[in-house]
Structure formats: structure tokens, C-alpha cells
Design a protein around this ligand. Structure first.
Ligand code: RAM
Length: 917
């Protein structure tokens, strides 16, 4: 099996090698991307972004011109009838707000951009498009429709509902736009073809506050004369009893759909969901559930059900939904899920007569595509899913709790049948197959990995194969847990967006994945779940009732907004959420802050390595970090974060107020927990020390003493192993490198004995476990695919090993910093990241006392480049060589010679003290 992790690198490389545009357009080619506004409702005002690529060094954009047209013909003719920005003198390339004529709903817009740089002018970019949402003068005219069928009271086990409607289209159709929301989940079809390659639409929301609709340009699927629209509804989280705090739940699946037809002569027609639609539950999907799988009876397939010619006499009339959703329908700006990786299984072997175990070779999230040959009508194939096996080779399902993932396929008896489910997904490596007439063959199965559509943006590979495997496990775990919102885990009866799991992880993930819109969407979920009094739910969407008013879990609301600014240069989420964040800060202050202390905590340093292998949580006081310390330190950090946000939003009074609050909290915190004589905090756990150290709370002059305790504890008591849970782990690796112990961080990163990520790998993990002792602990809380214990590992790998980051004060890589940390045992790192401004790369090798470094800095940015020193200064010959390559020497700073470089691609070489750092 070839993993996506590595092939993605090839894709990015291929992009950076794109041929330049027309001759005379010397050096610059463009990659445009319409990045829609992640805070606008229904997106009346999108924001436009692009990237420059060039094979020349030192390229700076001086101006741009954007054209937006109502047709491709006009755009090609250079006529920006919607907007012609004119030549704008600016180096900006990100989130340029659309500034043209007001856009109407359901409009298809075509745009392109051209830039002028110090190296010449680019050609016009390839055209790109977007379709606007349901905004004036368009409005919803469609009804919410459903059906009533025997057995509807069984809710979770009801079959999928199929809806259809036929209509005529006149000649001269110019544009057809479908707006659709189906709850729980839907697939929309036009004339027998699905409206896209999406899955599990729409994304989850806080259903009390909003539902998402999606927009499809279906012009190419329609023809003159009779046409048909078909929509099939699955159950999804909306209809499940899992939603704890919603009393009666939301009721049966329901549909709202509206098709807008625009003709060349300007006339319009609208097809809406109403009681003229036909509806049935007699289709092939007999049951579907997020946790328990899908039952599909192929004998009940209805060939052509979504075409005009289909005879729907046996179907019922749709009815108006009895309790239609009251929440507003909002345009989903985040991408839908889809199958993005296909996995070839590794092996298949018999378990007992007629029962086989299929091994995908990888713990993954999605489903199996199955091909059956020679089945008889009614043959019933069962596929059961699990992450691991028991000693006897059978599935281990105890850790799935009340989820019973089982897909059932009932054959129609064709020569060859192929199937995959539509309205469920599983977290699995192993599949138990039964009911096959003949021995199933490996080539008849394909794993389909489904997650929110987004590119893999990063690649990192080192000279250490175990570390590379850990990164690969992280990639699979992170991707698999993106399901419209980040999940804690994809397999058991939970699958919730726990905030604490992502506080720092989200930033590390942002190197692997272009997760901008997913996390912007999640911030909306968090705000939507916020109570009127300001309390924030520990899970979002709030499908469980956990308003605990702790601090370290809600912290994700702030750190994710900060991540979107730092990583993507997008301040809009900070602006959009500032008021709700402030509300929470004040709510916590008014209700819980006493004498500068915030004694609020629920989870402690969650899932630290316990003293006995079967435990989930440690009971050993010496390992447990005081919850009051965690709550107060986090409240300090969030006060500082708010001071920063307020300053960014030009609100100096707020900024001063939050900074002053931070000072008060810090003073109280140190008084309560700091032991100046010993130079450590509270009971001297690594977490108790690393948190104030990294948050900047340690009294001046004591930092080194506090750090030494972290080192001593780790080396002496834990034999160079990690001792932290989720909270300490968010800071540990970066803290060790910041104070000069990258060697110890590297040791922790490459350990393969308990507790460590390498221990997981050695015990067969292909993702990251929920518990350090995930192979021995109680199954009640023991998922094989959780990302929270990654802490800051991935972030550290990119920032410190690859050395890729923002320069101080820079956001969205306007100024790049390249600063690798060397350590014995690590000879080589190859890291690259496709940032919002283009590709950043850092590939280094230490050999024979020389440091060889190949770097890439995106167009229209510059970089601070840190070359590791051999001694206290750079040899004159090395300096000359770096300057000749294009660097300007700035200074020497704690073991590095610092140069400034313009954009471009460089090969550098200096002598270094191998492994001395
Ligand atoms: C469990 C999950 C989740 C964690 C919470 C506190 O239910 O494992 O990841 O954040 O507990």
C-alpha cells in the first residue's frame, strides 16, 4: 500500500515545477484560489487569494488587478462586468474582499487575477469560479418535506427515504443551481447522476442554532425536456438519540431543496421541495446509523429512480414535515467530506469456516468497497469492523462500547456486484467477513478513507525510521478524525469534538493539512454551543451535555482562532469571535476568579502514563498535577491571548485590561504554587513546571531552575521518557528545545519503550492511541485512534527539526523563519510546507562536519535564515559563500549566524559542530 503521506509530496513538488506562463511574462506564474469568507453568512462577499510561483529568486508583488465577470465569455474578453479592481498597488495576496457590484443569490461568478512584480508582469491566471448562496433577491420558497411510514418510531433503524421530482427545462438554459439541505444526511442526484463526489453531507452543526445547506452548479447535468431530481436521506447525528441534551430529539429526516434555473433570455424558473414530490422507504438502504453501520438490500435497488423515465406510481406523496427545523439555514463554507485515499488490504485469512478476517494494514476511517461475484439473490454478507484483534484472531470490540459497526449487504444475484455504504463510517483496521458463498479474495476489497476535503500540505522525513513512522501514524489519525468537525475518535459511540484535544494539536495539524476552513467552521460550532451566560461546552457541536466551566478545554476556542491567524494570516475569525470570547472570559472572572486564582478544572493532565498498566487514570498523587494550577495558568494564558487579540483588532483599552488581569493572575499563581527555594512549582511534576515556563509566568531569573527540574524529573525519575498527559504534552517538546535540550526531546520522540509514541508503534499501532498504555488498559476508554497525546510533537517537528515557522511578529508566513535545531543522532531532515503564500522547504544533512541545507522561500515573502555555528562565529569563507548565494548577514545569536534572504531557492553549506547543540 502506498500511503498518501508520501505521494502528496510528489504532488506539491509537481506544482512548484509548473511551467511558466506565456513568454515575456518572465518569471511569475499564478495559482489562484477563491477562499470564501469563513465568517460571512451565505457568502455575499467572498474574499479572493492567490499564490505566486517562480523559478527566479527575489520576486515581490507590486500590484495586482482582479477581474470578476458574470460569464466566462466576458472574462475571456477582459470585461469585468461585476468587478474590475483596476491596477491596485499592493503586495497583498490573501483575502482580498470582493469589491464589485452587489452579487445576487445563485450567481456563478468567474474571476482571474494578474500581478506585476519587480521581475515583470504575470499572465492572467486561469479563470476560477464561485457560486453565491441563498441571498437576496433569492430566498427559500421550498418546503421542508418528509414522509410517514410504518416503523418510523424505531428511529435509529429506519430505512433511508428517497424523494424525487420531475420537471421540464426549456431550451436555452444558462445556469442551474441546486440548494439543498437534507437532515440528517443526504445525497442529491440529477438525472441519475450524483451532484458531486462528496459524502456524508451536510456538515454537522449545533442544530438548535443552524443547519447547513450546500450549493451545486448542476447546469451540466440538465437537458432540454423532462428532467428529474432525486434526494436520498440518511439518519446522521441529527436523528440519533446520542444528542443528550435535546429532550425529544429532532425527529425524522427532512428535506429542503430548491433548484434555480436561469435561461439565456434572463427568465427564471424554480423547482422546490413540496408535497408534489414522491417519496418511498422501499429502496435498498434498509437501515443506517453512524455508529452501527448500514444494511443494504440490493434486491430492492430501483434502477433509474432519479431519472425522469422512472415509474414512481408505487411511491407516496411527500408530506410537509410535522416539526420542521426552526433553525436558520446557513451556507456551508467548509468543504464537504469525500473519499481521498484508497487503501489496498494487506491480507485475508480464515477465522473459522465461512468467516474471514481482512487486514487493511492501516487503522483508517471510512468504509470498505466490496465486490462480489457469483452471489445468489438474497445472499447476506456481513462486514464487522474493529481496530485490533484478540489473541485468537477474532475482532476486539470491547473498546467500541455501545457502537456495533456492522454493514450488511444482501446480494441481488448479479454476475458481479460492487457496493459501499452511504450513510455511515467506521474506524477500523480489521474487517470480519461472513456470508460469502465462496472464499473472498483480497482484490475484491478496497478501503476508502473519507474526511473533509483538504490538501495534504506538509511533508516531513528524517534519518530516523521510527520517527517517520510516528509522523505517518499522526497523519492517518488526524485525517481520519476530521468529520465536519474534529472528532476525539472515529470508532466507538462517541465521535465528539472535544475541545481540549486540539488546543495545540490544531496548529501542528495545520502543517500536515490545509485545515483552515474546517477549523473556522469549528469556531462557529463552539460559539453556537455557547450558552447565553457565556459558558462554553467542552464538546462542539454540543451533542453531549458538558458545560463544566473548566479552562483548559475551552482554551481551544482561543488557540484555534490564534492558529488561523498565525498559520493562514486570517484575522477574520478572531474578529468574528472576539465578542463571544470576551463574554466567556468575563463570565469566568465574575463567577470563579477569586483573588487572582481560577480553581476550575475537570480533567487535570488528562491521560498521563499511569503507574499500573491496566489503569486508565493514575491514582498516584506524585504524578497528578493540581487542577487549580492548570486552571489558573490557562486563565492567565488566555488573558494574554485576549490582550493580543484586542491589540490586533485595535482595541487598546481591552488590551490593557486583559494585560492587567494577566498580571494579577500571574502574581497570585506564583504566590500559591511557586517554591522559590527549590525553584519549582507545586508537587514538581513536569506538567506543573512546563506550563508556567512556556506561558511566561516564571519569576525573572528562575526560568533555568524550573527548567532543570523538568530535565531532572524526566531523566532521573522517568529514564528519559514522557511523564505528561494531554496538558503537559502540549508544551513539552518545544520547551525542551527552547532551553537547549533538543537532545532530550529527540530521545523522547524516538523512545520505543513505555511510555512513548514509539512504544505504540512497536506494539502494532498505525495511528496514535488514546492512552500511553493503550495495549493493556481497561477498554472503557481506550481508543486506538485519538490525536490528543500527540501534544506539540508535530508542531515541534516542523518548527524545530525542519526549522520552518513564522518570523517573530509575522502571521501567515509574510516573513518566514528557517531555524533548524541540530542534535546527535539526527543527521537529516527533509521538511516542506505548502503555506498560504506558497511552498516553504527546508532540507538539511549533516555530513563530515558540514551542514548542507537546501531551502525554499515563497515569492513575495522574505526569510530570516539561521545557520548553525561551529564555535561562536561563522568562518569568513562560509559567510562569503552564504552572501554570494543571496543572503544578507544580520547578526550572530545564540549559536546561529542570522541572515536575511529574499524569496527563492537556495543551497547553502557551512561547517558545523556535528551534534553539539
Ligand atoms: C474522553 C475523550 C476525549 C477527552 C475527554 C475529556 O471522552 O477521550 O478525547 O477530551 O474524554
Amino acid at each position: 500500500m502506498k500511503s498518501k503521506f508520501f505521494s502528496a509530496f510528489l504532488f506539491l513538488f509537481a506544482f512548484s515545477a509548473l511551467p511558466l506562463h506565456a513568454r515575456g511574462v518572465e518569471a511569475v506564474s499564478l495559482k489562484t484560489e477563491m477562499r470564501v469568507d469563513p465568517v460571512g453568512v451565505d457568502n455575499p462577499a467572498p474574499a479572493l487569494s492567490w499564490q505566486l510561483a517562480s523559478d527566479k529568486n527575489n520576486v515581490v508583488q507590486q500590484s495586482y488587478r482582479i477581474l470578476v465577470s458574470s460569464s466566462l465569455r466576458k472574462l475571456d474578453a477582459g470585461e469585468g462586468d461585476l468587478w474590475d479592481s483596476g491596477e491596485v498597488a499592493s503586495s497583498q495576496t490573501l483575502y482580498i474582499p470582493y469589491g464589485g457590484r452587489p452579487l445576487e443569490g445563485g450567481m456563478k461568478c468567474y474571476w482571474k487575477v494578474r500581478v506585476t512584480t519587480n521581475r515583470g508582469r504575470s499572465a492572467w491566471s486561469k479563470p476560477a469560479t464561485w457560486v453565491t448562496g441563498m441571498v437576496a433577491p433569492l430566498s427559500w420558497k421550498a418546503d421542508w418535506i418528509g414522509g410517514r411510514f410504518p416503523g418510523d418510531d424505531r428511529m435509529k433503524h429506519i430505512p433511508a427515504r428517497y424523494f424525487r421530482k420531475t420537471f421540464d427545462a426549456r431550451p436555452g438554459l444558462r445556469q442551474a443551481t441546486l440548494f439543498v439541505c437534507g437532515q440528517g444526511l443526504y445525497e442529491a442526484w440529477v438525472n441519475g447522476r450524483k451532484t458531486g463526489d462528496y459524502d456524508l453531507a451536510p456538515a454537522s452543526t449545533e442544530y438548535e442554532k443552524k443547519l447547513y445547506y450546500n450549493v451545486y452548479d448542476v447546469t451540466a447535468l440538465l437537458g432540454e425536456g423532462p428532467n428529474a431530481l432525486g434526494v436520498v436521506l440518511g439518519n446522521g447525528p441529527y436523528t440519533l438519540e446520542r444528542i443528550q441534551n435535546r429532550g425529544e430529539g429532532y425527529g425524522l429526516p427532512t428535506l429542503r431543496a430548491q433548484l434555480e434555473l436561469v435561461y439565456e433570455d434572463g427568465t427564471r424558473e424554480t423547482v422546490v421541495s413540496d408535497t408534489s414530490w414522491r417519496c418511498t422507504v422501499d429502496g435498498p438502504i434498509r437501515a443506517n446509523s453512524e455508529f452501527d453501520g448500514e444494511v443494504y438490500d440490493a434486491r430492492r435497488e430501483m434502477p433509474g429512480w432519479a431519472t425522469a423515465a422512472f415509474d414512481d406510481a408505487a411511491w407516496q406523496q411527500a408530506i410537509l414535515t410535522e416539526r420542521p427545523p426552526r433553525s436558520p439555514l446557513v451556507w456551508q463554507f467548509s468543504p464537504l467530506m469525500k473519499v481521498q485515499v484508497r487503501v489496498r488490504p494487506l491480507s485475508i485469512r480464515p477465522l473459522r469456516p465461512g468467516v474471514y478476517i481482512l487486514d487493511m494494514g492501516q487503522n483508517m476511517t471510512g468504509w470498505l468497497r466490496t465486490r462480489v461475484k457469483g452471489a445468489q439473490p438474497g445472499d447476506t454478507l456481513r462486514l464487522r469492523f474493529a481496530e485490533t484483534l484478540q489473541a485468537d484472531g477474532s475482532l476486539y470490540t470491547a473498546n467500541l462500547r455501545s457502537a456495533h459497526p456492522c454493514d450488511v449487504y444482501i446480494a441481488r444475484g448479479a454476475e458481479e456486484e460492487t457496493w459501499r455504504p452511504a450513510f455511515t463510517y467506521h474506524g477500523f483496521r480489521y474487517v470480519e467477513l461472513s456470508g460469502f458463498r465462496s472464499e473472498p479474495r483480497l482484490e475484491d476489497f478496497e478501503g476508502q478513507m473519507v474526511y473533509d476535503e483538504m490538501p495534504t500540505t506538509g511533508h516531513i522525513e528524517t534519518s530516523d525510521t521510527l520517527f517517520n513512522q510516528i509522523c505517518k501514524n499522526a497523519w492517518w489519525g488526524i485525517a481520519g478524525n476530521y468529520k465536519g468537525h474534529p472528532l476525539d475518535c472515529p470508532q466507538r459511540d462517541e465521535r465528539l469534538g472535544w475541545l481540549g484535544d486540539r488546543v495545540i494539536g490544531a496548529l501542528g495539524e495545520a502543517y500536515f493539512f490545509g485545515n483552515h476552513l474546517l477549523y473556522a467552521k469549528w469556531l462557529d460550532d463552539i460559539r453556537d454551543a455557547q450558552r447565553d451566560n457565556g459558558s462554553i461546552s467542552d464538546v462542539s457541536p454540543g451533542y453531549w451535555d458538558v458545560y463544566n466551566d473548566d479552562v483548559s478545554w475551552p482554551a481551544a476556542y482561543f488557540t484555534v482562532a490564534q492558529m488561523l491567524y498565525d498559520q493562514y494570516g486570517d484575522l477574520r475569525p478572531v474578529r468574528a469571535h472576539y465578542a463571544s470570547m470576551k463574554k466567556w472570559m468575563d463570565y469566568m472572572r465574575d463567577n470563579y476568579l477569586k483573588d487572582g486564582m481560577m480553581y476550575r478544572d475537570t480533567y487535570g493532565d488528562w491521560c498521563l502514563p499511569p503507574e499500573r498498566q491496566e489503569l486508565i487514570h493514575s491514582q498516584d498523587e506524585s504524578r497528578i498535577t493540581n487542577g487549580g494550577l492548570i486552571g489558573t495558568a490557562f486563565y492567565y494564558y488566555l488573558s494574554r491571548t485576549m490582550a493580543r487579540f484586542a491589540a490586533l483588532l485595535d482595541q487598546p483599552e481591552d488590551s490593557a485590561r486583559f494585560a492587567a488581569q494577566a498580571d494579577t493572575v500571574k502574581a497570585a499563581f506564583n504566590k500559591a504554587f511557586f517554591h522559590p527555594e527549590q525553584g519549582c512549582y507545586d508537587n514538581n511534576t513536569v506538567t506543573a513546571n512546563i506550563i508556567p515556563l512556556r506561558f511566561g509566568m516564571v519569576p525573572d531569573g528562575y526560568e533555568r531552575a524550573v527548567f532543570d527540574h523538568i530535565v531532572r524529573k524526566t531523566e532521573d525519575d522517568w529514564n528519559g521518557h514522557i511523564s505528561t498527559g494531554v496538558i503537559g504534552g502540549q508544551q513539552l517538546m518545544r520547551g525542551l528545545s527552547d532551553y537547549g535540550r533538543t537532545d532530550l526531546a529527540w530521545r523522547i520522540a524516538t523512545n520505543d519503550t513505555y511510555p512513548s509514541w514509539g512504544y505504540m508503534v512497536r506494539n502494532g499501532a498505525t495511528t496514535i492511541w488514546e492512552l500511553w498504555n493503550g495495549n493493556t488498559a481497561d477498554p472503557a476508554m481506550n481508543s486506538g485512534n485519538h490525536v490528543m497525546l500527540l501534544g506539540d510533537l508535530i508542531l515541534w517537528a516542523y518548527h524545530y527539526l525542519g526549522g520552518i515557522g513564522n518570523a517573530p511578529g509575522s502571521a501567515g508566513f509574510a516573513q518566514v523563519q528557517l531555524k533548524p535545531y541540530l542534535t546527535p543522532g539526527l543527521d537529516h531532515v527533509d521538511a516542506s510546507y505548502e503555506s498560504v503564500r506558497g511552498r516553504i522547504a527546508s532540507s538539511w544533512l549533516v555530513k563530515d562536519g558540514r551542514f548542507h541545507w537546501e531551502i525554499q522561500i515563497p515569492c513575495n515573502t522574505s526569510a530570516l535564515v539561521y545557520l548553525p555555528l561551529d564555535g561562536d562565529r561563522l568562518a569568513a569563507a562560509d559567510r562569503r559563500q552564504v552572501e554570494k548565494a543571496g543572503g544578507t548577514y544580520l547578526r550572530t545569536e545564540s549559536g546561529y549566524a542570522v541572515f536575511s534572504f529574499p524569496s527563492g531557492h537556495y543551497r547553502l553549506q557551512v561547517s558545523c559542530k556535528e551534534g553539539k547543540r
